[in-house]
Design a protein around this ligand. Structure first.
Ligand code: COA
Length: 258
């Protein structure tokens, strides 16, 4: 299946979605939203897949929503536009498998927001992050006002959103937005290495871990710890828990079935 605005490749159990409008720095338009959604549906229904990687072609991850489309928006169509974007972010967060953003360049506005809906963010030294919507006379509309504050705290997030300041990969790492920074040439290789390592782990345990951590951050500590206890217990419904312990005791790598 070929797409116009993205590339989608599967190698073994690892899928890679590449944003592919490099001449427009991969700015998000309606067609791109539709194609990403199609790919996420495909990934969600393929039990062979174990990791999804998002990255961008050229010098951007995504430089934001396509500003040209804003010229035609009125309040109702603007609301529909961001509803589609939010659905996509929740769809991605809801995937059972880990999603890694390999941020290769500009991740601005919707690009920063897309990355924040992933489970892990890796960045190249050239990556730049920001929520510059305020400079266009609007506010972030793809989760930026909410996810950024949850990830890095209210003060740092407000400073970024209010000023529209663009930060480099190292600053993003220092504030906890990015997990690791790699030289540009090494980004995909290092991301694939991590993806292969994740693909060896128990799919069921990864799924439970994602759910417990994502839902746990939205509730009070006691409720979150209850989610953890239930998730921990659920792991023992799978043979993977016994295999993990047995492999450790037999000093061999585990062979997880799920
Ligand atoms: N929407 C539409 N087009 C965009 C875009 C966006 N968000 N970001 C970049 N582009 C286009 C530019 O218009 C340009 O197209 P053109 O060659 O037809 O003129 C092309 O991508 C290259 O961008 P350019 O601005 O020439 O590159 P640069 O290196 O000088 O600057 C940025 C890079 C990222 C700093 C700059 O493009 C930018 O500020 N983009 C908008 C970021 C933004 O506000 N995002 C939030 C939107 S809600």
């Amino acid at each position: 299946m070929s797409y116009k605005t993205i590339l989608f490749e599967v190698e073994g159990s690892i899928a890679t979605l590449t944003f592919n409008r490099p001449e427009k720095l991969n700015a998000l338009n309606a067609e791109m939203f539709a194609e990403i959604r199609e790919v996420l549906d495909k990934v969600a229904s393929d039990p062979q897949l174990r990791v999804l990687i998002l990255t961008g072609q050229g010098r951007a991850f995504i430089a934001g929503a396509d500003v040209r489309a804003f010229l035609d928006l009125d309040p109702l169509s603007a609301r529909r536009f961001v509803e589609v974007a939010h659905e996509l972010a929740f769809q991605m967060e809801g995937l059972e498998i880990p999603v890694i953003a390999a941020v290769n360049g500009f991740a601005l506005g919707g690009g920063c927001e897309m990355a924040m809906a992933c489970d892990i963010i890796y960045a190249s030294e050239e990556a730049r992050f920001g929520q510059p919507e305020i400079n266009l006379g609007i506010i972030p509309g793809f989760g930026g006002t909410q996810r950024l504050a949850r990830l890095v705290g209210k003060i740092a997030a407000k400073e970024m959103c209010l000023t529209g300041r663009i930060i480099d990969a190292q600053e993003a790492k220092n504030m906890g937005l990015v997990a690791r920074v790699f030289p540009g040439a090494a980004l995909m290789e290092e991301t694939l290495k991590m993806a292969r390592s994740l693909a060896e782990k128990s799919r069921g345990a990864l799924k439970t871990l994602k759910r417990v951590m994502d839902q746990g951050l939205e509730v009070d500590l006691r409720t979150g710890c209850t989610l953890e206890m239930d998730g921990f217990a659920l792991c023992f419904a799978s043979p993977d828990a016994r295999e993990g312990a047995t492999a450790f005791l037999e000093k061999r790598p585990p062979r997880f079935g799920s």
